[in-house]
Design a protein around this ligand. Structure first.
Ligand code: AMP
Length: 431
Protein backbone atom coordinates (compact mmCIF):
# COMPACT_ATOMS: atom_id res chain seq x y z
CA UNK A 1 0.00 0.00 0.00
CA UNK A 2 1.20 3.54 -0.60
CA UNK A 3 -0.07 6.99 0.39
CA UNK A 4 -1.88 7.40 -2.94
CA UNK A 5 -4.18 4.50 -2.00
CA UNK A 6 -5.34 6.23 1.15
CA UNK A 7 -7.71 8.79 -0.31
CA UNK A 8 -5.51 11.65 0.78
CA UNK A 9 -5.88 14.89 -1.12
CA UNK A 10 -3.16 16.05 -3.52
CA UNK A 11 -1.67 18.85 -1.34
CA UNK A 12 -1.08 16.29 1.43
CA UNK A 13 0.37 13.71 -0.94
CA UNK A 14 2.81 16.33 -2.20
CA UNK A 15 3.81 17.27 1.34
CA UNK A 16 4.33 13.63 2.28
CA UNK A 17 6.53 13.19 -0.76
CA UNK A 18 8.52 16.26 0.20
CA UNK A 19 9.25 14.94 3.68
CA UNK A 20 10.40 11.72 2.05
CA UNK A 21 7.87 9.14 3.24
CA UNK A 22 7.31 6.38 0.72
CA UNK A 23 4.96 3.89 2.33
CA UNK A 24 2.56 4.47 5.19
CA UNK A 25 3.60 2.73 8.41
CA UNK A 26 1.17 0.15 9.88
CA UNK A 27 -0.34 2.64 12.33
CA UNK A 28 -0.88 5.06 9.45
CA UNK A 29 -2.46 2.39 7.26
CA UNK A 30 -4.84 1.49 10.05
CA UNK A 31 -5.63 4.94 11.44
CA UNK A 32 -5.83 7.32 8.47
CA UNK A 33 -8.98 5.75 6.91
CA UNK A 34 -10.73 5.66 10.31
CA UNK A 35 -10.03 9.32 11.04
CA UNK A 36 -11.11 10.33 7.54
CA UNK A 37 -14.39 8.51 8.18
CA UNK A 38 -14.89 10.51 11.37
CA UNK A 39 -14.50 7.57 13.78
CA UNK A 40 -13.13 7.80 17.32
CA UNK A 41 -9.87 5.89 17.60
CA UNK A 42 -8.15 4.17 20.49
CA UNK A 43 -4.57 3.73 19.31
CA UNK A 44 -2.06 1.63 21.18
CA UNK A 45 1.19 2.44 19.45
CA UNK A 46 4.84 2.63 20.31
CA UNK A 47 6.81 5.81 19.91
CA UNK A 48 8.57 5.90 16.58
CA UNK A 49 5.81 4.09 14.71
CA UNK A 50 4.73 7.17 12.76
CA UNK A 51 1.65 7.90 14.86
CA UNK A 52 1.93 11.69 14.51
CA UNK A 53 1.35 11.52 10.77
CA UNK A 54 -1.33 8.89 11.41
CA UNK A 55 -3.49 11.55 13.06
CA UNK A 56 -2.07 14.77 11.56
CA UNK A 57 -2.65 13.91 7.89
CA UNK A 58 -6.36 13.00 8.15
CA UNK A 59 -7.05 15.86 10.58
CA UNK A 60 -5.62 18.37 8.11
CA UNK A 61 -7.64 16.80 5.34
CA UNK A 62 -10.86 17.03 7.35
CA UNK A 63 -10.23 20.67 8.22
CA UNK A 64 -9.02 21.70 4.77
CA UNK A 65 -12.47 21.31 3.25
CA UNK A 66 -13.78 24.33 5.14
CA UNK A 67 -10.76 26.63 5.46
CA UNK A 68 -11.51 30.10 6.84
CA UNK A 69 -9.24 33.11 7.24
CA UNK A 70 -11.30 35.10 9.74
CA UNK A 71 -9.10 35.87 12.79
CA UNK A 72 -12.11 35.28 15.05
CA UNK A 73 -12.75 31.80 13.71
CA UNK A 74 -12.89 29.05 16.33
CA UNK A 75 -10.11 26.53 16.94
CA UNK A 76 -11.24 23.29 15.32
CA UNK A 77 -8.64 20.72 16.35
CA UNK A 78 -6.84 20.34 19.65
CA UNK A 79 -3.83 18.08 20.22
CA UNK A 80 -3.01 17.66 23.88
CA UNK A 81 0.42 16.25 24.61
CA UNK A 82 2.46 15.95 27.82
CA UNK A 83 5.71 17.79 27.13
CA UNK A 84 7.00 20.88 25.40
CA UNK A 85 9.41 18.89 23.23
CA UNK A 86 6.65 16.63 22.01
CA UNK A 87 4.37 19.62 21.43
CA UNK A 88 7.04 21.29 19.31
CA UNK A 89 7.64 18.15 17.33
CA UNK A 90 3.97 17.60 16.61
CA UNK A 91 3.71 21.24 15.57
CA UNK A 92 6.66 20.85 13.20
CA UNK A 93 5.00 17.80 11.65
CA UNK A 94 1.71 19.69 11.21
CA UNK A 95 3.58 22.57 9.61
CA UNK A 96 5.36 20.24 7.17
CA UNK A 97 2.16 18.42 6.12
CA UNK A 98 0.16 21.65 5.99
CA UNK A 99 2.63 23.29 3.63
CA UNK A 100 0.27 23.34 0.64
CA UNK A 101 -2.97 23.81 2.57
CA UNK A 102 -2.61 27.12 4.37
CA UNK A 103 -4.31 26.17 7.63
CA UNK A 104 -2.99 27.87 10.77
CA UNK A 105 -1.27 25.69 13.37
CA UNK A 106 -0.21 27.04 16.73
CA UNK A 107 1.77 25.48 19.57
CA UNK A 108 1.61 26.55 23.21
CA UNK A 109 3.59 25.25 26.20
CA UNK A 110 4.89 26.56 29.49
CA UNK A 111 8.37 27.66 30.48
CA UNK A 112 8.45 30.51 27.97
CA UNK A 113 6.68 33.87 27.82
CA UNK A 114 3.01 33.65 26.84
CA UNK A 115 2.84 36.84 24.76
CA UNK A 116 4.06 35.47 21.39
CA UNK A 117 1.65 32.55 21.83
CA UNK A 118 -1.24 34.89 22.61
CA UNK A 119 -0.38 37.07 19.58
CA UNK A 120 -0.47 34.00 17.36
CA UNK A 121 -3.80 32.90 18.83
CA UNK A 122 -5.29 36.33 18.13
CA UNK A 123 -4.52 35.96 14.42
CA UNK A 124 -6.79 32.92 14.21
CA UNK A 125 -5.84 29.28 14.61
CA UNK A 126 -7.24 26.07 13.15
CA UNK A 127 -5.10 23.47 14.92
CA UNK A 128 -3.86 24.03 18.45
CA UNK A 129 -1.10 21.82 19.88
CA UNK A 130 -0.77 22.29 23.62
CA UNK A 131 0.58 21.00 26.89
CA UNK A 132 -2.09 20.85 29.60
CA UNK A 133 -0.68 23.46 32.04
CA UNK A 134 -0.31 26.34 29.59
CA UNK A 135 -3.57 25.48 27.89
CA UNK A 136 -5.50 25.75 31.14
CA UNK A 137 -3.65 28.93 31.95
CA UNK A 138 -4.57 30.65 28.69
CA UNK A 139 -8.11 29.32 28.87
CA UNK A 140 -8.39 30.83 32.34
CA UNK A 141 -7.26 34.18 30.97
CA UNK A 142 -9.89 34.02 28.24
CA UNK A 143 -7.49 33.71 25.29
CA UNK A 144 -8.67 30.25 24.26
CA UNK A 145 -12.13 28.79 23.82
CA UNK A 146 -12.62 25.15 23.04
CA UNK A 147 -16.37 25.15 22.49
CA UNK A 148 -16.10 24.54 18.74
CA UNK A 149 -13.45 21.82 18.73
CA UNK A 150 -14.31 19.19 16.11
CA UNK A 151 -11.35 16.85 16.62
CA UNK A 152 -9.55 16.24 19.90
CA UNK A 153 -6.34 14.19 20.15
CA UNK A 154 -5.04 13.00 23.49
CA UNK A 155 -1.48 11.95 22.76
CA UNK A 156 0.80 9.84 24.98
CA UNK A 157 -2.02 9.38 27.47
CA UNK A 158 -0.05 6.99 29.69
CA UNK A 159 2.72 9.54 30.03
CA UNK A 160 0.22 12.27 30.74
CA UNK A 161 -1.06 10.26 33.71
CA UNK A 162 2.44 9.34 34.88
CA UNK A 163 3.29 13.01 34.95
CA UNK A 164 0.31 13.82 37.13
CA UNK A 165 -1.68 15.74 34.49
CA UNK A 166 -4.93 13.86 34.98
CA UNK A 167 -6.73 16.82 36.61
CA UNK A 168 -5.54 19.25 33.96
CA UNK A 169 -6.62 16.82 31.25
CA UNK A 170 -10.07 16.35 32.75
CA UNK A 171 -10.47 20.10 33.09
CA UNK A 172 -9.71 20.55 29.39
CA UNK A 173 -12.13 17.78 28.46
CA UNK A 174 -14.93 19.49 30.38
CA UNK A 175 -14.58 22.48 28.03
CA UNK A 176 -14.85 20.42 24.86
CA UNK A 177 -18.16 19.99 23.05
CA UNK A 178 -19.79 16.59 23.61
CA UNK A 179 -20.14 16.08 19.89
CA UNK A 180 -16.61 15.74 18.57
CA UNK A 181 -14.20 13.20 17.16
CA UNK A 182 -11.68 11.91 19.72
CA UNK A 183 -8.39 10.16 19.01
CA UNK A 184 -6.65 8.63 21.98
CA UNK A 185 -3.05 7.38 21.76
CA UNK A 186 -0.96 5.62 24.33
CA UNK A 187 2.12 3.40 24.14
CA UNK A 188 0.85 1.27 27.00
CA UNK A 189 -2.65 0.59 28.33
CA UNK A 190 -2.56 0.19 32.10
CA UNK A 191 -6.02 0.17 33.74
CA UNK A 192 -6.10 3.89 34.65
CA UNK A 193 -5.35 4.82 31.04
CA UNK A 194 -8.04 2.46 29.81
CA UNK A 195 -10.54 4.03 32.24
CA UNK A 196 -9.74 7.47 30.89
CA UNK A 197 -10.11 6.19 27.32
CA UNK A 198 -13.49 4.63 28.04
CA UNK A 199 -14.71 7.87 29.61
CA UNK A 200 -13.89 10.11 26.65
CA UNK A 201 -14.26 7.93 23.55
CA UNK A 202 -17.48 7.08 21.83
CA UNK A 203 -17.69 3.70 20.10
CA UNK A 204 -14.02 3.81 19.17
CA UNK A 205 -12.18 1.67 16.65
CA UNK A 206 -9.15 0.06 18.27
CA UNK A 207 -5.84 0.19 16.50
CA UNK A 208 -2.93 -1.78 17.84
CA UNK A 209 0.27 -1.89 15.91
CA UNK A 210 2.18 -3.70 18.63
CA UNK A 211 0.89 -5.58 21.62
CA UNK A 212 0.81 -3.22 24.62
CA UNK A 213 4.17 -2.80 26.27
CA UNK A 214 6.10 -4.89 23.80
CA UNK A 215 9.33 -3.37 22.65
CA UNK A 216 10.03 -2.52 19.05
CA UNK A 217 11.58 -5.52 17.35
CA UNK A 218 14.25 -3.53 15.60
CA UNK A 219 15.87 -2.58 18.91
CA UNK A 220 18.71 -4.76 20.19
CA UNK A 221 18.59 -4.79 23.96
CA UNK A 222 21.45 -5.66 26.28
CA UNK A 223 22.32 -5.39 29.93
CA UNK A 224 25.61 -4.87 31.76
CA UNK A 225 25.90 -5.85 35.41
CA UNK A 226 28.17 -3.32 37.02
CA UNK A 227 28.86 -1.84 40.43
CA UNK A 228 27.50 1.65 40.92
CA UNK A 229 30.98 3.08 41.41
CA UNK A 230 32.05 1.79 37.96
CA UNK A 231 29.04 3.03 35.99
CA UNK A 232 30.82 6.24 35.06
CA UNK A 233 33.79 4.40 33.51
CA UNK A 234 31.55 1.88 31.81
CA UNK A 235 29.42 4.60 30.23
CA UNK A 236 32.46 6.47 28.87
CA UNK A 237 33.74 3.17 27.47
CA UNK A 238 30.38 2.27 25.92
CA UNK A 239 29.85 5.54 24.08
CA UNK A 240 33.32 5.25 22.57
CA UNK A 241 32.60 1.82 21.07
CA UNK A 242 32.46 1.53 17.28
CA UNK A 243 28.93 1.99 15.95
CA UNK A 244 27.86 4.46 18.61
CA UNK A 245 27.05 7.45 16.46
CA UNK A 246 25.01 9.18 19.14
CA UNK A 247 23.54 8.18 22.47
CA UNK A 248 20.65 9.35 24.58
CA UNK A 249 21.50 8.52 28.18
CA UNK A 250 18.79 8.34 30.83
CA UNK A 251 19.34 9.11 34.47
CA UNK A 252 16.82 8.98 37.29
CA UNK A 253 17.46 12.48 38.65
CA UNK A 254 18.22 15.96 37.33
CA UNK A 255 21.31 16.12 39.47
CA UNK A 256 22.43 12.75 38.10
CA UNK A 257 21.96 14.00 34.53
CA UNK A 258 24.17 17.02 35.22
CA UNK A 259 26.85 14.91 36.86
CA UNK A 260 26.95 12.30 34.08
CA UNK A 261 27.18 14.99 31.38
CA UNK A 262 29.97 16.71 33.30
CA UNK A 263 31.92 13.48 33.76
CA UNK A 264 31.65 12.59 30.07
CA UNK A 265 32.74 16.08 29.04
CA UNK A 266 35.70 15.75 31.38
CA UNK A 267 36.58 12.53 29.57
CA UNK A 268 36.57 14.46 26.29
CA UNK A 269 33.17 13.19 25.08
CA UNK A 270 30.83 15.99 23.93
CA UNK A 271 27.81 15.73 26.24
CA UNK A 272 25.08 17.97 27.64
CA UNK A 273 22.18 17.41 30.02
CA UNK A 274 18.52 18.33 29.66
CA UNK A 275 15.98 18.27 32.47
CA UNK A 276 13.15 20.23 33.96
CA UNK A 277 15.40 22.74 35.77
CA UNK A 278 16.99 23.92 32.52
CA UNK A 279 15.40 26.78 30.66
CA UNK A 280 13.46 26.00 27.52
CA UNK A 281 16.16 27.79 25.50
CA UNK A 282 18.94 25.70 27.07
CA UNK A 283 17.00 22.50 26.38
CA UNK A 284 16.29 23.45 22.80
CA UNK A 285 19.91 24.44 22.29
CA UNK A 286 21.18 21.08 23.60
CA UNK A 287 18.61 19.24 21.50
CA UNK A 288 19.59 21.12 18.34
CA UNK A 289 23.27 20.37 18.91
CA UNK A 290 22.45 16.71 19.46
CA UNK A 291 20.31 16.55 16.33
CA UNK A 292 22.97 18.25 14.21
CA UNK A 293 25.63 15.79 15.42
CA UNK A 294 27.75 18.37 17.31
CA UNK A 295 26.92 16.58 20.53
CA UNK A 296 27.55 12.84 20.81
CA UNK A 297 25.71 12.30 24.06
CA UNK A 298 22.56 13.87 25.43
CA UNK A 299 21.83 13.01 29.05
CA UNK A 300 18.21 13.36 30.03
CA UNK A 301 15.63 12.65 32.67
CA UNK A 302 12.49 10.88 31.54
CA UNK A 303 10.30 13.94 31.49
CA UNK A 304 12.78 16.05 29.51
CA UNK A 305 13.36 13.31 26.97
CA UNK A 306 9.71 12.71 26.21
CA UNK A 307 9.03 13.38 22.58
CA UNK A 308 12.61 13.63 21.44
CA UNK A 309 12.41 12.49 17.86
CA UNK A 310 15.70 11.79 16.19
CA UNK A 311 15.23 9.22 13.48
CA UNK A 312 18.99 8.55 13.40
CA UNK A 313 19.48 7.91 17.13
CA UNK A 314 21.67 4.79 17.29
CA UNK A 315 21.81 4.20 21.05
CA UNK A 316 19.68 4.60 24.14
CA UNK A 317 21.55 3.94 27.37
CA UNK A 318 19.83 3.49 30.70
CA UNK A 319 22.44 4.72 33.14
CA UNK A 320 19.94 3.71 35.76
CA UNK A 321 17.04 1.35 35.24
CA UNK A 322 13.71 3.09 35.79
CA UNK A 323 11.56 2.22 38.77
CA UNK A 324 8.49 2.01 36.55
CA UNK A 325 8.96 -0.82 34.07
CA UNK A 326 6.82 0.96 31.48
CA UNK A 327 9.24 3.85 31.45
CA UNK A 328 11.80 1.40 30.05
CA UNK A 329 9.57 0.84 27.02
CA UNK A 330 9.23 4.59 26.49
CA UNK A 331 12.94 5.13 26.83
CA UNK A 332 14.12 2.51 24.41
CA UNK A 333 11.47 3.55 21.89
CA UNK A 334 13.58 6.67 21.25
CA UNK A 335 15.80 4.51 19.05
CA UNK A 336 14.79 2.05 16.33
CA UNK A 337 12.62 4.72 14.71
CA UNK A 338 11.14 4.78 11.25
CA UNK A 339 12.30 1.31 10.34
CA UNK A 340 15.93 1.79 11.41
CA UNK A 341 17.50 -0.52 13.95
CA UNK A 342 18.96 0.70 17.23
CA UNK A 343 20.55 -0.40 20.47
CA UNK A 344 19.21 -0.09 23.98
CA UNK A 345 21.82 -0.74 26.65
CA UNK A 346 21.08 -0.84 30.38
CA UNK A 347 23.51 -0.58 33.25
CA UNK A 348 22.27 -2.55 36.22
CA UNK A 349 23.85 -2.41 39.65
CA UNK A 350 23.09 -4.49 42.71
CA UNK A 351 20.14 -2.40 43.94
CA UNK A 352 18.50 -2.47 40.53
CA UNK A 353 17.87 -6.21 40.20
CA UNK A 354 14.24 -5.75 41.16
CA UNK A 355 13.75 -3.03 38.56
CA UNK A 356 15.29 -5.29 35.93
CA UNK A 357 13.05 -8.17 36.95
CA UNK A 358 9.99 -5.94 36.53
CA UNK A 359 11.14 -4.75 33.11
CA UNK A 360 11.72 -8.30 31.89
CA UNK A 361 8.34 -9.34 33.21
CA UNK A 362 6.68 -6.49 31.34
CA UNK A 363 8.42 -7.03 28.02
CA UNK A 364 8.09 -10.80 28.37
CA UNK A 365 11.69 -11.61 27.64
CA UNK A 366 15.10 -11.86 29.22
CA UNK A 367 17.44 -9.11 28.14
CA UNK A 368 20.71 -10.62 26.88
CA UNK A 369 23.70 -9.86 29.04
CA UNK A 370 26.91 -8.26 27.77
CA UNK A 371 30.27 -8.05 29.46
CA UNK A 372 32.64 -5.16 30.06
CA UNK A 373 36.01 -4.65 31.69
CA UNK A 374 34.08 -3.78 34.90
CA UNK A 375 32.10 -6.87 35.93
CA UNK A 376 30.06 -6.66 39.09
CA UNK A 377 32.28 -7.45 42.05
CA UNK A 378 29.74 -9.58 43.86
CA UNK A 379 29.68 -11.78 40.77
CA UNK A 380 33.43 -12.06 40.48
CA UNK A 381 33.86 -12.84 44.18
CA UNK A 382 31.30 -15.68 43.94
CA UNK A 383 32.79 -19.08 43.11
CA UNK A 384 32.04 -19.89 39.48
CA UNK A 385 29.12 -22.24 38.98
CA UNK A 386 30.01 -25.38 37.14
CA UNK A 387 29.16 -24.80 33.48
CA UNK A 388 26.81 -27.31 31.95
CA UNK A 389 28.39 -28.85 28.88
CA UNK A 390 27.36 -27.76 25.38
CA UNK A 391 25.65 -24.68 26.74
CA UNK A 392 24.60 -22.07 24.24
CA UNK A 393 24.82 -19.30 26.79
CA UNK A 394 27.84 -17.16 27.52
CA UNK A 395 29.67 -17.46 30.78
CA UNK A 396 28.09 -14.38 32.28
CA UNK A 397 24.60 -15.29 31.25
CA UNK A 398 24.93 -18.47 33.27
CA UNK A 399 26.16 -16.48 36.19
CA UNK A 400 23.08 -14.33 36.22
CA UNK A 401 20.40 -16.82 35.33
CA UNK A 402 21.86 -19.71 37.23
CA UNK A 403 23.75 -18.43 40.22
CA UNK A 404 26.25 -20.53 42.15
CA UNK A 405 24.86 -23.74 43.61
CA UNK A 406 23.75 -22.96 47.12
CA UNK A 407 26.74 -23.37 49.37
CA UNK A 408 26.52 -25.48 52.52
CA UNK A 409 24.99 -23.37 55.28
CA UNK A 410 27.68 -20.98 56.40
CA UNK A 411 28.28 -20.24 60.05
CA UNK A 412 26.55 -17.06 61.20
CA UNK A 413 29.63 -14.92 60.81
CA UNK A 414 30.30 -12.07 58.43
CA UNK A 415 32.46 -13.32 55.61
CA UNK A 416 33.53 -11.77 52.35
CA UNK A 417 30.91 -13.79 50.59
CA UNK A 418 27.94 -12.32 52.43
CA UNK A 419 27.27 -9.80 49.65
CA UNK A 420 27.74 -12.44 47.01
CA UNK A 421 25.25 -14.77 48.67
CA UNK A 422 22.75 -11.97 48.99
CA UNK A 423 23.26 -11.12 45.35
CA UNK A 424 22.80 -14.72 44.33
CA UNK A 425 19.59 -14.90 46.38
CA UNK A 426 18.31 -11.69 44.87
CA UNK A 427 19.10 -12.90 41.39
CA UNK A 428 17.41 -16.21 42.07
CA UNK A 429 14.31 -14.28 43.12
CA UNK A 430 14.33 -12.54 39.76
CA UNK A 431 13.41 -15.72 38.00
P1 AMP B 1 6.35 9.37 15.33
O1 AMP B 1 6.05 7.98 15.81
O2 AMP B 1 5.18 10.08 14.81
O3 AMP B 1 7.12 10.13 16.37
O4 AMP B 1 7.34 9.22 14.05
C1 AMP B 1 8.62 8.68 14.13
C2 AMP B 1 9.49 9.04 12.96
O5 AMP B 1 9.05 8.39 11.77
C3 AMP B 1 9.52 10.52 12.64
O6 AMP B 1 10.86 10.87 12.39
C4 AMP B 1 8.69 10.63 11.37
O7 AMP B 1 9.12 11.72 10.59
C5 AMP B 1 8.97 9.31 10.68
N1 AMP B 1 7.89 8.82 9.81
C6 AMP B 1 6.57 8.92 10.02
N2 AMP B 1 5.88 8.32 9.03
C7 AMP B 1 6.77 7.81 8.17
C8 AMP B 1 6.67 7.07 6.94
N3 AMP B 1 5.50 6.72 6.42
N4 AMP B 1 7.82 6.72 6.32
C9 AMP B 1 9.02 7.05 6.86
N5 AMP B 1 9.18 7.76 8.01
C10 AMP B 1 8.08 8.12 8.66
Amino acid sequence: MNFKDMNLIEPLLEAVEEVGYETPTPIQQATIPLVLEGKDVLGCAQTGTGKTAAFALPILQRLAGRANKNPNRPIRALILTPTRELALQIFENFEAYNKNLGLANCVIFGGVGQNPQVEKLKKGVDVLIATPGRLNDLMGQGFIRLGKIEIFVLDEADRMLDMGFIHDVRKVIRHLPKKRQTLFFSATMPPDVEDLAVSILSDPASVKVDPPSSTVDMIRQSIYFVDRKNKRKLLAWLVEQPGVFNALVFTRTKHGADRVAKDLSRDGIPAMAIHGDKSQTARQNALNKFKSGDLKVLVATDIAARGIDISTLTHVINYELPEEAETYVHRIGRTGRAGMDGDAISLCCYDEFDNLRNVEKLIGKTIPESTSPWPMEVFTSTPEPRQPQNTQRGKNQNRRRKPANPKPAAPETKTENTGADAAAKKRRRRR
